[in-house]
Design a protein around this ligand. Structure first.
Ligand SMILES: [Zn+2]
Length: 717
């Protein structure tokens, strides 16, 4: 079910949450009633379904957007009391009603305090604060203010527990996938993949093991997508069929990015979609799902507030806060604060950048720096960034227009995403600016800007091919400026450095983010992490998206802003965090099936630990095959054994070793077969093979200090 457009929640009264001073960066009291709100149509300019509009770089920014948090409001159009005053219960309730039921005035009884309506707290919950009592709910109104009262999910069973089960994303960066289960109902947050690391040779992608969900697929009510990065959507073509094609809830942009790969897997017509907007509030089984906008380095980043019969859990998705984003709105601070005021039992927040102090640089500042760089460059400009970093492309397009440069887009994923953005209105492309990469010769160098893929130096990407002189249309030369508007994803550093060296060798001037502020992360730094927690005021906290150390650090940060150390939960993938009707939260002893599933070519999951161990073994020491022909009756060796080496020694230059090896092999066979086998016609070849493998292995180690994989093959003749 989809709620019609909501009124702009920035108009709600009673914004002051009464805990100023805790955090200088705390947003909230300023006026964010930006022109029309995110869902009201505005005239002029391309717009997406979120109402995002791309203002021109020179044009005025909507007022009220750029005010940093913590400043007094410019205009006082809110009916809030004096600064710092706590909103009254009735004003709070009004605001909830306003936010949730725009079309119908709720009956008075509906607004009675329900499971999630706690009085606004002026401080963060203290350690061991009593959880709200959820047992006084016989009115049938589980979700105050929501028009979606699902009778079938009235909580009669007070035995059901809420179970939060991360299946990926807690021991690695990527592969994000989390199950949220209450009784017989499950929603899944994100279905991401991960790129393999150096311990996984030959693997294309890594997807989470969803055996647990497969067994309960009849209970799955939907997949909620927080945003369109591959580490949140990449597994969809592999997992949706296993999960019985549950309905996918995604924003327009995330959906558009998911459709291509699903089409390639011939699955697109099987997927049921529900395109969502930030303002939507959905009732999915017993889960009331409210979305809130956060900033990230892709359009339409969203967090989720999921109200369940035992309390509200919030999942931030990947996020940061940007007061001056490009082609996007700032995060919905008021909504997040309201959700916090209504009571958050458990928050799950992005830990990616917890090691970095301060605040991320705003996208607008990156845009200014890029513009300056583009303005100064004399020759051709080649700019590389992530293919989903649409704001960065937007900045480059605006700057190119300003500097009279034509733009060509190079790289398959970049072209595809630009096509999507053009079709759906996420990019403002100045008229006649795009040119075909095959026609570059028609323009002078100082009339060109190439936007391309390859900032991560992935094999076969456009910039890598340019750096090795293999790109047909763009040959790097003296005078070119290459701008890497990105930072290497962990694991890619060496390839990126190698590519940069190659570009320097070809005479290009390479600019990268270590030299200049030409890239900003999409993940919150410490101050933003604290800001989120200060707004949500969760009783319990579970850091997500990050390896163990990062989650520990994030837990400590949460303690600084008031979350009790006892209420920080560090789960690994497959562990279960349970919440009962008394509001008690804790990790169970259970460990559900979880782990990494390798995708290699067309095979999904067929490459397991054994295959991977062999691959690693062969990659490290090579292999050596011994082919021996044996008389079936006598067991005697016939002729000379054949030796084949791959990756172990170069046979032609190792004549002596080969000869010694053959002699060694010969020793393993009986000179007189009938004697060795006690007259039996069939030798025990399995034992013989094992002996050959072990003994020849030891012999080779003695001679070379290497342990190649030894594969004996015995042919009976
Ligand atoms: Zn992301």
């Amino acid at each position: 079910m989809n709620q019609p457009n909501q009124p702009n929640d920035s108009q709600q009264p009673g914004q002051n949450s009464g805990h100023q001073g805790r955090n200088q960066n705390r947003p909230g009291n300023q006026n964010r009633n930006r022109s029309g709100g995110p869902n009201k149509p505005r005239s002029g300019g391309p717009r997406n379904n979120q109402g995002n509009r791309f203002s021109s770089p020179a044009g005025p920014k909507p007022s009220g957007r750029q005010q940093p948090p913590g400043r007094p409001p410019e205009r006082g159009n809110r009916s809030s009391g004096p600064k710092g005053a706590r909103p009254s219960m009735s004003s709070l309730m009004q605001s909830v009603a306003k936010g949730l039921t725009p079309d119908s005035k709720p009956a008075g009884g509906q607004m009675a305090a329900g499971p999630t309506s706690q009085p606004p707290a002026s401080t963060l919950p203290s350690a061991g604060a009593p959880a709200p009592d959820f047992d006084n709910r016989d009115s049938g109104m589980l979700y105050p203010g929501s028009q979606f009262q699902s009778k079938s999910h009235e909580v009669k069973d007070r035995q059901s527990k809420l179970r939060i089960i991360p299946l990926g994303g807690l021991e690695e960066i990527g592969m994000n996938c989390m199950a949220i289960e209450y009784g017989q109902d499950i929603v899944i947050v994100d279905v991401g993949w991960m790129f393999p690391d150096e311990t996984m040779p030959g693997v294309d992608y890594v997807i989470p093991d969803v055996t647990y969900l497969e067994k309960k697929k009849q209970n799955i009510r939907g997949v909620l997508i927080t945003h369109g990065h591959l580490d949140h959507i990449g597994s969809a073509p592999y997992l949706l069929p296993k999960l019985g094609f549950p309905k996918v809830y995604a924003t327009q942009f995330a959906r558009a990015l998911m459709e291509g790969p699903l089409e390639e897997h011939n699955l697109l017509n099987r997927v049921q979609w529900q395109t969502v907007k930030y303002s939507d509030i959905l009732q999915i089984g017993p889960f009331r799902v409210e979305f809130f906008h956060v900033n990230h380095n892709i359009p339409e980043g969203m967090g989720l507030a999921i109200t369940t019969p035992v309390g509200t859990v919030v999942h931030t998705g990947d996020y940061k806060f940007d007061e001056t984003p490009v082609g996007d709105e700032p995060a919905e601070f008021e909504k997040i604060e309201r959700i916090g005021r209504e009571g958050v039992l458990l928050a799950m927040c992005d830990s990616t950048n917890v090691e970095r102090p301060g605040h991320t640089v705003s996208e607008a500042e990156i845009g200014r720096n890029l513009d300056e760089l583009i303005g100064k460059a004399r020759g051709r400009i080649i700019l590389s960034t992530f293919s989903t970093l649409i704001p960065r492309m937007q900045e480059a397009l605006w700057s190119a227009a300003k500097n009279n440069r034509k733009v060509t887009i190079v790289g398959r994923s970049m072209l595809k995403n630009v096509e999507i953005c053009q079709r759906l209105g996420y990019l403002e492309i100045p008229k006649d600016i795009l040119v075909d990469s095959r026609n570059l010769k028609r323009y002078r160098d100082d009339e060109l800007l190439v936007i391309c893929t390859g900032s991560q130096a992935n094999e076969m990407s456009a910039l890598v091919r340019m750096s090795t002189g293999e790109h047909r249309q763009v040959v790097i030369k003296q005078g070119d400026t290459v701008i890497l508007s990105s930072s290497p994803i962990p694991g890619n550093e060496r390839s990126v450095e190698l590519m940069m060296d190659n570009l320097f060798r070809l005479g290009a001037d390479v600019m990268y983010s270590k030299m200049l502020d030409i890239h900003t992360s999409g993940h919150a730094y410490q101050e933003e992490l604290k800001q989120m927690l200060t707004m949500l005021k969760p009783t319990h906290f579970m850091p997500v998206h990050g390896e163990y150390r990062k989650r520990v650090l994030h837990g400590r940060l949460a303690n600084e802003v008031g979350v009790s150390p006892h209420n920080v939960h560090l789960l690994d993938n497959g562990r279960v965090l349970e919440v009962n009707h008394k509001g008690e939260v804790g990790m169970t002893k259970e460990k559900v099936v979880s782990g990494l599933v390798f995708v290699d070519g067309l095979g999904v999951g067929d490459v397991g630990q054994v295959v991977m161990r062999d691959r690693k073994h062969m990659a490290e020491d090579g292999m050596c095959v011994i082919i021996a022909m044996v008389d079936r009756r006598s067991g005697k060796l016939q002729g000379n054994p054949d030796i084949i080496s791959r990756g172990f020694i170069y046979l032609r230059e190792s004549g002596k070793l080969i000869q010694e090896m053959r002699d060694e092999v010969r020793k393993k066979f009986p000179k007189d077969g009938s004697k060795a086998n006690h007259g039996k016609p069939h030798a025990d070849f399995a034992t013989l093979k094992a002996k050959l493998r072990d003994d020849i292995g030891d012999f080779l180690y003695q001679k070379t200090q290497r342990r190649p994989m030894v594969l004996p093959v015995i042919l009976e003749v």
